[in-house]
Design a protein around this ligand. Structure first.
Ligand code: TRP
Length: 374
């Protein structure tokens, strides 16, 4: 399979809101690095609006608005349309068609076992709390089957590499199973993808500014990539630290302390040399905090500088792109056109392997002609 030797990335996001620094350290920063590594033949990023609609059917305006928000976030972070193809899911008709065929290869029991789907069922209140295995009954079929549609996304691009957050692991497992089942049933067409997780565990799941497990819009604990310096200042100054660290002299805890978690994700030794030279590195700073004598405000001021250093170039690029929205649309249009060619070609191969390519297959005519004794 010649294609499998190509290095192709496919990843994506649901356009349900602006992206925050959790998305950034968890995935986007890495995508920019991968893009600039030159190691990939093709990189595609999918704005997964169709997937977002699986549980936002009544909210099309929100999805529509966030297409541009997410595109602006990507471009602001340094994703370069010359190197990375940004495309829109709903404009790629091969994807739902592939998903439709993959549905024949997946059981409902398997879908119910998907931990991400399970937890999302709980989160969205679809779970009736009963132990009987029918808590999926209240959820939309589209939402229930989105792991299959995600397998279509990944395989349509023949991606061998999918850089995502660890919450997407179950989706990748489902995708791999579909690939194996398909190839076993119809021949070697699909590429087995590899998930690429962030090596830094802190970066994989950045907590909210309130110290809660995850940044989420509904909890109001996010720092957005589009936040101004003033927004950031307010957010950082009100961050959760160690509630028992009342006086500066008191020993403080760094575990569960959001300020230190963010510093672990963002600060490097150069930041210390530049902004806080009394410590060589984060370990020294942590040690002082734990011993007592280091105040929260000082830590927060340092964090604010570190975050601003990361966010300033993003803000600058956003200022440019927000003034060039027609260009952003052009980027999406061109990216989607390119993606359409690639995904249509995969669909063609899939249909041919499944023997549903009747009008492409001259042998079909000659076989029948022969059988008919002509
Ligand atoms: N499920 C992903 C999320 O919620 C978005 C997504 C859709 C995706 N299709 C994908 C990610 C394909 C990676 C590959 O963020």
């Amino acid at each position: 399979m010649a294609e499998s030797r190509k290095n192709i990335i496919l990843t994506g996001d649901r356009p349900t809101g602006r992206l925050h620094i959790g998305h950034y350290v968890g995935s986007i920063k890495r995508r920019v690095a991968l893009q600039n590594s030159g190691e990939f033949d093709d990189i595609f990023i999918l704005i997964a609006d169709a997937q977002a609609l699986t549980d936002n059917a009544g909210n099309p305006q929100k999805i529509r608005d966030n297409i541009v928000n997410v595109a602006l976030d990507y471009l602001s972070c340094g994703l370069d349309p010359k190197k990375t193809t940004i495309c829109i899911q709903s404009e790629l008709p091969a994807l739902p068609e592939l998903a439709f065929y993959y549905m024949n290869l997946v059981t409902t029991a398997r879908l119910e076992r998907n931990p991400t789907v399970k937890s999302e069922i709980k989160m969205r209140g679809y779970d009736d709390g009963s132990d009987t295995n029918n808590n999926t009954q209240g959820i939309p079929v589209g939402f229930y089957t989105y792991p299959i549609s995600q397998a279509a996304d990944i395989t349509a691009f023949k991606a061998n590499c999918v850089p995502v957050g660890d919450d997407q692991l179950p989706m990748l497992e489902q995708c791999k199973e579909i690939v194996h089942k398909f190839n076993q049933t119809y021949g070697d067409v699909l590429v087995d993808p590899k998930i690429l997780l962030n090596e830094n565990e802190t970066c994989r799941r950045l907590p909210g500014t309130d110290g809660k497990a995850k940044m989420s819009k509904s909890l109001g604990n996010c720092i957005y990539l589009s936040d101004t310096k003033e927004d950031l200042h307010k957010r950082v100054m009100s961050m959760y630290t160690d509630p028992d660290h009342i006086n500066i002299q008191d020993p403080g805890k760094v575990e569960g302390n959001a300020v230190f978690t963010y510093l672990t994700a963002f600060a490097n030794d150069e930041h210390f040399a530049k902004y806080l030279p009394e410590y060589k590195n984060l370990d020294e700073m942590k040690e002082h905090y734990q011993r007592g004598g280091l105040g929260d405000v000082k830590c927060k001021k340092f964090l604010e500088k570190v975050l601003n250093e990361e966010l300033d170039p993003i803000r600058e690029r956003r200022a440019y792109w927000s003034q060039h929205i027609p260009e952003v649309y052009e980027i999406l249009r061109n990216g989607t056109e390119k993606a359409r060619l690639v995904t249509d070609e995969t669909l063609r191969e899939v249909k041919s392997a499944m023997m549903i390519n009747y009008f492409d297959d001259d042998a079909l005519i000659s076989d029948w002609t022969e059988q008919a004794g002509n």
